[in-house]
Write a protein that binds this ligand. Structure first.
Ligand code: PHE
Length: 339
């Protein structure tokens, strides 16, 4: 019996199985009920008592060795079945879809960066505002049409609470807290109760700017806006200011730039005038300074405000405003290279 076990142990190392059937054959031969190990166990009963101890240990040794080998072959077989060596690892992978920044975010950031270089710092404020910060402090008369239900979204239960219609409300909040010099830029979303179409939406984005100090002139305003226009649309861009009216500025103007689509020649986009309007601006009305706690006999200021959608349209010629809020990835993907 001793020799039998000896030769069994010698065999173990050589055992091989190249597929499931061979593995099963090994199990049947060695480890099943009628297998060699169990036969040895049966023979063990007839072994003389004085040899039981040594032979018992040997049989166990053989059983462990065979079981270990069997498990080893089993796991080898399992990994070789997952063998991917026939895969073509040089093949071009499928493209991984990366997110892109929204075109409005790209353009807003560009605007903010230009003004940051000119010394403006960023200011932020709530989109749900009170009437005072949106209208009252901005010198809107009580019966001004912008307060009308047609333009403004009201909160039904609180008639004093509205969705801001312009980011001038942020300027009001800044003036409340700070004394001049003030030089801030306020980007943000604003809401107006308009029917949604290709040319109008019930919300859009603005960037407004405010500068207040002792000797601020209209010339300063014009120079800053010219610099902005050239940084944004190229060094050949021309600007023109047309007199206008806003409750919060006096004098007020609207600024056009030479159409950057046709270069001022005249095209459908600029309605063949060669000019497109991009912003409103003016010298801050003394009433606004006073309403916000700033002494208008010492300080003067200018303000301007523009729509981010409009600037984006000029840069990228997006024909339908609704595209900006539909999140169609085919549209958003077009701005991949602008990121
Ligand atoms: N608040 C104005 C608007 O929403 C824009 C503006 C800002 C005009 C500052 C002049 C000065 O239309």
């Amino acid at each position: 019996m001793k020799e039998k076990i000896q030769s069994l142990l010698a065999e173990v190392e050589k055992l091989q199985a190249s597929n499931e059937e061979e593995l099963e054959a090994l199990r049947l031969k060695y480890l099943s009920k009628k297998g060699i190990i169990n036969q040895l166990m049966a023979d063990f009963r007839t072994v003389p008592a004085e040899m039981k101890r040594e032979l018992g240990m040997r049989i166990n040794e053989a059983k462990t060795a065979i079981t270990d080998r069997f498990n080893e072959l089993k796991s080898q077989l399992a990994t070789s079945e997952e063998d991917h060596s026939d895969l073509d690892l040089t093949r071009t992978p499928y493209p991984v879809k990366l997110g892109t920044r929204h075109p409005l975010s790209i353009v807003k950031q560009e605007i903010v960066d230009i003004f940051a270089r000119l010394g403006f710092s960023l200011a932020d404020g709530p989109e749900v505002e009170d009437d005072w910060h949106v209208f009252g402090s901005m010198n809107f008369a009580d019966d001004h049409p912008a307060r009308d239900m047609q333009d403004t979204f009201f909160v039904e239960s609180h008639p004093d609470i509205i969705l801001r219609t312009h980011t001038s409300s942020v300027q009001s909040r800044v003036m409340e807290k700070m004394q001049p010099p003030i030089r801030v830029i306020c980007p943000g979303r604003v809401y107006r109760n308009e029917a949604i179409s290709a040319r109008a939406h019930c919300f859009f984005h603005q960037v407004e700017g405010l500068y207040i100090d002792k000797d601020v002139s209209f010339t300063d305003l014009k120079q800053v806006l010219l610099t902005f226009a050239r940084e944004m649309f190229g060094p050949d861009t021309k600007i023109r200011l047309r007199p206008s009216y806003f409750p919060f500025t006096e004098p007020s103007a609207e600024m056009d730039i030479s159409c950057n689509i046709c270069g001022g020649e005249g095209c459908a986009f600029c309605k063949h005038t060669g000019w497109v309007e991009i912003l409103g601006c003016g010298m801050v009305d003394p009433n606004v300074l006073e309403a916000n706690g700033i002494d208008s006999t010492i300080y003067k200021g200018y303000a301007f405000g523009m729509g981010v959608e409009r600037i984006t349209n000029l840069k990228y010629q997006v024909k339908d405003l609704r595209l900006f809020s539909e999140n169609d990835v085919r549209f958003l993907d077009e701005f991949m290279s602008a990121n």
